[in-house]
Design a protein. Structure first.
Length: 381
């Protein structure tokens, strides 16, 4: 039995990268001082800031998680269809992603998600990979409810976050790589690092649980939809996707509550991020069915190289904004950051298209698959 590859998932993964870059751009530019800087920004930057918060932030990582779960199950089904085992493959993938994530945090940028997905894979491997379809949706809803409760009380936690001081901002703007490295993780190594190392098993367990809470709902939804055979026959479900896509304006309306300072704003906003993510997935599937050739040509290549492109976004942006590069940290404004995100993404689209005319797999994807399969990835079934 041959397991069908769902081309939509490559394109959807590629589409999610523009949202991830736009959301990350605020942190690349301003770090944890973003909110304070916006309060004194001009009107264009304030509009741009809320555009990112409402249209983008929090709604594209769920899409990436959905694809992650969907593709994971398709890989497992493919292995099983060929009479091969999958558990060691998933285990090494979890380790590989965790190592890449830890290196990303230590060497480039602290806003990593690879470690999160690597940690999530461990929980999936132990508890979730051979369950009934209903189980994935039930647990996805349970985790969503838990996050909703967290969002309700989350405003108090956000107020505890320490904004960057003027001295810390200067380090990001003018510091050397060594100084920025120390700024990024120095407090951990000198202060809480020893405590963490002494309690490493507990710390790792805590990280794994938090990671699963963060991305688990849509990963589980993706697994459930893959097991249901969704997206294999797009033409047969066009009207369904079109109806579900109506969640897009609903999600935008809910996320718009972030503008208002009420005790429930963060909770409503958080609910909107998930509603909007579901709407975006359905809208993309509907458009993909109508314009499959065009959307495959544009979005699938960058999606197939998503790991390489994700890491390159961090490298490019830290060079632009940090002192060991152009030192533009906090200087360009949110609107210019949006334009810069679009330029970087379009460049990655074109480069990915050209790259795949000569190679079948990205450089980082190649290294990860060597580790996972312990042989040349091109020879993997």
């Amino acid at each position: 039995m041959k397991v069908e590859r769902v081309e939509l998932m490559d394109a959807l993964r590629g589409f999610s990268l523009i949202g991830i870059l736009l959301a990350n751009m605020l942190h690349f530019q301003f770090g944890s001082s973003g909110v304070e800087i916006i309060e004194s920004a001009n009107l264009l930057d304030k509009i741009s800031y809320y555009f990112v918060k409402i249209v983008v932030e929090g709604s594209f990582y769920p899409i990436f998680g959905f694809v992650f779960g969907f593709v994971l199950i398709k890989m497992i089904e493919s292995r099983e269809a060929s009479g091969l085992k999958y558990k060691n493959i998933v285990f090494r993938r979890a380790i590989g992603l965790s190592i890449l994530g830890a290196m990303h945090i230590a060497l480039v940028w602290e806003g990593d998600v690879l470690l999160t997905y690597g940690s999530t894979l461990f929980i999936l491997l132990v508890f979730f990979l051979k369950r009934r379809v209903k189980t994935y949706f039930v647990w996805g809803i349970i985790l969503t409810a838990i996050l909703g409760v967290g969002a309700y009380f989350g405003s108090s936690f956000i107020k505890l976050l320490k904004p960057l001081t003027a001295a810390e901002i200067m380090i990001y703007q003018d510091g050397t790589y060594a100084e920025i490295f120390a700024q990024r993780i120095g407090d951990f190594i000198i202060g809480d690092g020893l405590i963490f190392l002494l309690t490493l098993p507990i710390g790792w367990l805590f990280l794994t649980i938090v990671s699963f809470l963060a991305v688990g709902p849509f990963v589980l939804f993706g697994i459930g939809m893959a097991k249901k055979g969704a997206f294999l026959q797009l033409a047969n479900s066009t009207q369904t996707y079109k109806k579900v896509a109506m969640l897009v304006p609903v999600g935008l309306l809910l996320k718009g509550f972030i503008i208002f300072d009420t005790p429930f704003s963060l909770f409503i906003y958080s609910a909107g991020t998930y509603v909007l993510a579901i709407g975006y997935i359905a809208l993309f599937a509907w458009l993909f069915n109508r314009y499959q050739t065009q959307m495959t040509n544009y979005f699938a290549p960058i999606g197939k190289l998503s790991l390489t492109n994700y890491l390159m976004q961090s490298i490019i942006c830290t060079i632009i904004f940090y002192g060991y590069g152009f030192g533009l940290f906090g200087k360009l404004g949110v609107f210019v950051g949006i334009l810069l995100s679009v330029i970087i993404y379009v460049m990655q689209l074109k480069i990915s298209q050209l790259y795949l005319t000569r190679f079948s797999i990205g450089p980082v994807e190649m290294m990860l698959r060597w580790f996972i399969y312990l042989k040349n990835p091109r020879k993997v079934n």
